[in-house]
Design a protein around this ligand. Structure first.
Ligand code: HEM
Length: 235
């Protein structure tokens, strides 16, 4: 009897420990993705300084970083592999944790949705919509599956300006970036809680405001350029 109880406890302990490990993995990969987004939004603002500044930045990203430590052009591929690994690990841990939480609670004991924020309630579907919009984004600008008003071989600056002269694409990007930011609003909070920052009511308030501040800042930093193109401020 005791042996069975001990064994059961060990199985539960192992499951709990592996869930904590998954949460840490999700938090750490999420933080890398947020850092990428902050850098990407900052890079996009270069469009305000003209075609040379924007295209030079896009070119630099693909050629010179860490050269001569590594050969020219390697950085972007190391970076891409790292980013894809982060996205896959982030989604895989979300998937496993979702299955565990549904399994553990049972379908009659779901969390009380009224006490959750909109951002928290939409994490899973938000993540899926986000992935689809990201595929649209990469298909358009990076992979070249389709083009929205520019030719093959257009510079990044020309491609971006041609795209955002169309109002529906500005709206679509507002939806894309908005989904990212709603996801982040809860994600930052969750990641910091997992990493042990949510220790008191005051810390909770600070975390909450930080999550809102970073999400709003990122939304503004991404969208100011497309809106400026739409209204003729960037040509
Ligand atoms: C208004 C918002 C955005 C604009 C104008 C924009 C613009 C661009 C452009 C022009 C490129 C291609 C750069 C090049 O190949 O030279 C690019 C690449 C990329 N963007 Fe965005 N982006 C925006 C938002 C986002 C968001 C919200 C995400 C992620 C959720 C994202 C993720 C990426 C990724 C992963 C790449 C590929 C980087 C690479 O491997 O080369 N972008 N973006």
């Amino acid at each position: 009897m005791t042996t069975v109880a001990t064994q059961t406890l060990t199985v539960h302990q192992k499951a709990a420990r592996s869930s904590v490990a998954m949460k840490v993995l999700m938090a750490v990969t999420g933080i890398f993705l947020i850092l990428f987004l902050l850098m990407h939004a900052w890079g996009n603002l270069k469009a305000f300084f003209g075609p040379e500044a924007y295209d030079h930045y896009a070119e630099w990203l693909k050629s010179d970083i860490l050269y001569p430590l590594i050969p020219k052009g390697w950085f972007i591929w190391i970076f891409r592999v790292f980013m894809v690994a982060c996205i896959v690990l982030h989604m895989a841990s979300a998937y496993v944790l979702t299955l565990r939480s549904l399994g553990g609670r049972g379908k009659y004991q779901r969390k009380d949705r009224r006490t959750q924020t909109f951002a928290a309630r939409t994490m899973r579907w938000g993540g899926v919509i986000l992935l689809m919009l990201l595929l649209f984004h990469l298909g358009e600008f990076t992979i070249g599956w389709f083009r929205t008003g520019f030719n093959a071989g257009a510079t990044p600056y020309t491609a971006v300006v041609a795209t955002f002269q169309q109002w529906w694409l500005v709206l679509l990007y507002a939806l894309f970036v908005g989904t990212v930011c709603i996801h982040l609003r809860h994600g930052i909070w969750s990641a910091m809680t997992t990493l042990g920052a949510n220790t008191s009511p005051k810390a909770r308030r600070v975390l909450n405001y930080t999550a809102i501040f970073v999400s709003v800042l990122l939304f503004a930093a991404f969208m100011v350029m497309p809106v400026a193109v739409l209204f003729g401020g960037i040509k």
